[in-house]
Write a protein that binds this ligand. Structure first.
Ligand SMILES: Cc1cc2nc3c(=O)[nH]c(=O)nc-3n(C[C@H](O)[C@H](O)[C@H](O)COP(=O)(O)OP(=O)(O)OC[C@H]3O[C@@H](n4cnc5c(N)ncnc54)[C@H](O)[C@@H]3O)c2cc1C
Length: 379
């Protein structure tokens, strides 16, 4: 089969891969995105927090993603049924938009601007010469040579493996998560509510659009079979013990399709090697309770686009710039991962959770937060 070449090969057409492809294409780079699935991925986040919205705004995409999206500015937290605190997001709050819709919009911009996508094309083989990736062989046998390779291929990244970069993945095994999409009820339309119980359960209910709501349930893994595996325990009865102001949603829960979600944190030893770099979930993963994974990924893609364009194919300069501008992101990610760990391990304990909660990270991420960052507000 023929060997083609490009300036930048991006493996993975999720949010990170598509956004980076768009930024690079706009700077005149020839970009090829390789995606193992038949289309862009559907599983992912729903919340885009203010830092991510600001990144998109810098590239003229804010209006596009906000059209048909839902803006919210308040989350109310409960413990064992009692409201304990609220977190208010200033300046228009955050955006709720299903992951696939968000990525699809960016993908459409990429397609219009001439990014080439190869779907159903997993990476079969990665050939290296020293630290440098020389050739990618795809599952259809075609081969691609690129000056720069970006692994935006998720937590199990084939590019990270090919680069022999160390990784430590820690499953959050005390909290099994399930998610369902159900009809919207009045209480969910009114407010995002996140409930915790001292028995190690959580339930998060929020609107997706004008008709549908998303419900996340987290529970100790040993109870999953009894509740979701036909073991006879009633989900609604168990939720009644700690979900108080969203009971109008209960009617739709028993018949809903509850999908399990595996959640792990991921730390890796380096973000680049030779002519290759890692982006998004290939580089770091934190607990979804932080709600910041996409915002950090978008910001990281901005840095990568700057660095790759500035290097202009010069390998030594690329390495220097990645070291100076991209590797320091590991510190911000580490802080976010630690924060996610703190939330995931304390949520059952009201006092410990409130002590661990950081409104600055929740609202602003690692952007410089104003001195007057609102703490969790008493109700
Ligand atoms: C349950 C859950 C909820 C979350 N909620 C939020 C939230 O509310 N807000 C937020 O900001 N963040 C959230 N996150 C994090 C957010 O989803 C990630 O930060 C973001 O999706 C990262 O995008 P990505 O492009 O790196 O990865 P992905 O979207 O995972 O894309 C990776 C792509 O690479 C492809 N791929 C993998 N291997 C190969 C291969 N060998 N060859 C070719 N293609 C390959 C995959 O098919 C996939 O399309 C959540 C995460 C989870 C798990």
């Amino acid at each position: 089969m023929a060997t083609t070449s490009c300036d930048v090969a991006i493996v993975g057409a999720g949010l990170g891969g598509c956004f980076l492809a768009l930024l690079l294409r706009r700077r005149g780079q020839r970009v090829v995105v390789i995606e193992q699935g038949p289309s862009i991925p559907s599983a992912g986040a729903d919340f885009l927090k203010p830092p991510g919205l600001r990144v998109l705004a810098r590239h003229g995409l804010a209006e596009l993603v906000e059209r048909h999206g839902l803006r919210r500015d308040l989350i109310r937290y409960y413990h064992d049924g009692e409201p304990i605190r609220e977190c208010r997001f200033p300046d228009g709050g955050f955006l709720i938009r299903p992951y696939r819709e968000l990525v699809e919009l960016i993908y459409a911009c990429c397609a219009m601007e001439g990014v080439e996508f190869c779907f159903d094309a997993a990476i079969e083989r990665v050939e290296r010469e020293g630290d440098r990736i020389e050739l990618l062989t795809l599952s259809d046998g075609s081969r691609l040579r690129a000056d720069v390779v970006v692994g935006a291929d998720g937590t199990k990244s084939a590019i990270r493996r090919a680069l022999d970069i160390d990784q430590v993945a820690m499953p959050y095994d005390r909290l099994l998560m399930r998610v369902a999409t159900v009809p919207l009820s009045a209480s969910v339309a009114q407010l995002n509510r996140l409930y915790f119980s001292s028995g190690g359960w959580l339930a998060y209910l929020y609107p997706l659009d004008r008709d549908q709501a998303r419900v996340f349930v987290g529970l100790p893994p040993e109870q999953d079979d009894a509740v979701f595996g036909g073991g006879g325990a009633s989900l609604v009865d168990l939720l009644r013990g700690f979900v108080t102001d969203s009971t109008d949603a209960f009617g739709s829960l028993p018949a809903a399709a509850w999908h399990p979600i595996r959640v792990s944190s991921l730390r890796v030893g380096a973000y680049h090697k030779g002519n290759a770099a890692l982006l998004g979930s290939a580089a770091f993963a934190c607990h979804p309770m932080t709600g910041m994974g996409m915002s950090y990924t978008l910001y990281d893609a901005e840095i990568l686009a700057d660095v790759i364009s500035a290097a202009g194919g010069d390998q030594a300069l690329l390495d220097k710039l990645l070291q100076a501008r991209y590797e320091p992101r590991r510190q911000a990610h580490r802080q976010l991962i630690d924060y996610g760990d703190a939330l995931a391990t304390t949520f059952h304990d009201r006092r410990a959770y409130l002590r661990a909660f950081r409104a600055d990270l929740h609202i602003y991420g690692d952007e410089a937060a104003p001195r007057t960052t609102p703490a969790l507000q008493p109700i």
